[in-house]
Design a protein. Sequence first.
Lengths: 265, 250
Amino acid sequence: MPTPPLHPPAIRTRGLTRTFQLPAGPVHAVRGIDLTVDRGEILGFLGPNGAGKTTTLRMLTTLLPPSGGEATVAGHDLRGDSAGVRRRIGYVAQSGGLDPACAVREELVTQGRLHRLPKAEARERAEELARDLGLTALLDRPTGALSGGQRRRVEIALGLINRPEVVFLDEPTTGLDPGSRAELWDLVRRIRAEHGTTVFLTTHYLDEADALADRIVVVDAGVIVAEGTPADLKARHAGDPTASLQDAFLAITGRSATADEPLAI
Amino acid sequence: MTLLADTGVVFGRYLRATLRSKTNLFFGMLQPLLFLALFGPLLTKLSLGVSGSSWQTLVPGVLVQLALLGGSYVGLGLLMDRNLGVIDRMRVTPVSPLALLLGRVLRDVVQLVAQSVLLVLLGLAFGLRAPLAGILLGLLFVAVLSAALAALSYGLAMHVRTSPEFAAIANTAGMPLMLLSGLLLPMSLAPGWLDGASRAVPFRYTVDAVRQAYLGHYADGTLALGAAVTLAMAALCLTAGARLFRRAER
């Protein structure tokens, strides 16, 4: 019998639901998700397009109120204390959020001040993050002048300003070249290793999920259809722990995570 | 207290962004500027049926036009920010959505008042003569009107998905309201039915009030009425804008 974790889980949801009321009729995007993510875990959240991944992510990051169910994120109740959740999480969206004319340092300091850090502390935190993520030489450059990989690192830095307990990464390496992807994977591992940060990661890249995630949760049509370590999923669904995660995914959902190219949402 | 501080942070960020793009500042005031410079001189010899010079009639109209046009289109900037992920990033912080709205609105008010000052200076160069107190009152009206329209514009921008959609709504609503406000020519020239329709448009009262201010008629009931209507409109628009902003889901 495995020993239970000593701390409460970083994320726990019970029956999380979201229905959109559209003129054409209700859309049940998320239909009851039960999820537990332990502290310091890297969780890969996968699913085909339209599975409800983005909706679930937006609910967990307080950007979208749930229609039903309950959730506790970073020790705060999602529905009753969303402000508390926002203080303790970081969110790195799929698409940027950077002003191309704005210098890296200014973006970092502004984000720090939005987290209610006093100006001096926000400046120090910006320098600290820049050192951590290899951005020191770029601090005074406008973000528009950075390469894709560098911009991603700035975006991740913005998500870490408040030393979050849980950081949500939405398709972090989409659109990056292989070198930058590998760099970013190392960065994610370091964040978890050095700070014990829990990482909730959505991705279309199955090799990424395979490489980074301790555990994977697969959603389809708004519900969880499989979960386990990458090896578990391969063994159970593709019949062989050394099979590719792609095969397992195809077996679980009946279709691929993506066409040849990951699709932008 | 924290709302004030939060608003200040948001305001600072957007003000710096505005100051970085001087061309945008210029193009924002282009239309009222053209009306002032190229349409204004046409009115100087006409009898407009009102007291005061034609400039005392036109410049207030052009200022309100700036507030209307400038104010209603700020939502496009927000829409761009939404699509770039900036708004989401700022929402996952302790700062309240109201601060995100007010910080931007404050920036817009500062920008529009600054542009108004330039327009007034140009008007003075063209021959406008008006009491200083009247001019300052006029700027105050511009500030309040800009705040109202900017808030509404942002509220709209949080609920549409694309720029063309936004522009279509803003245009369809904006154009008739502008024409009915008597901005370029006073409604004293209008036939009864047009004048009557105009009285249903709140901006008409704003323009009339600024015109009286420019004539030095402060004790006039028109000024007080215009102030009341403009403030009521601002309260309504800020409340509606804040609610739309908070309820935005996507």
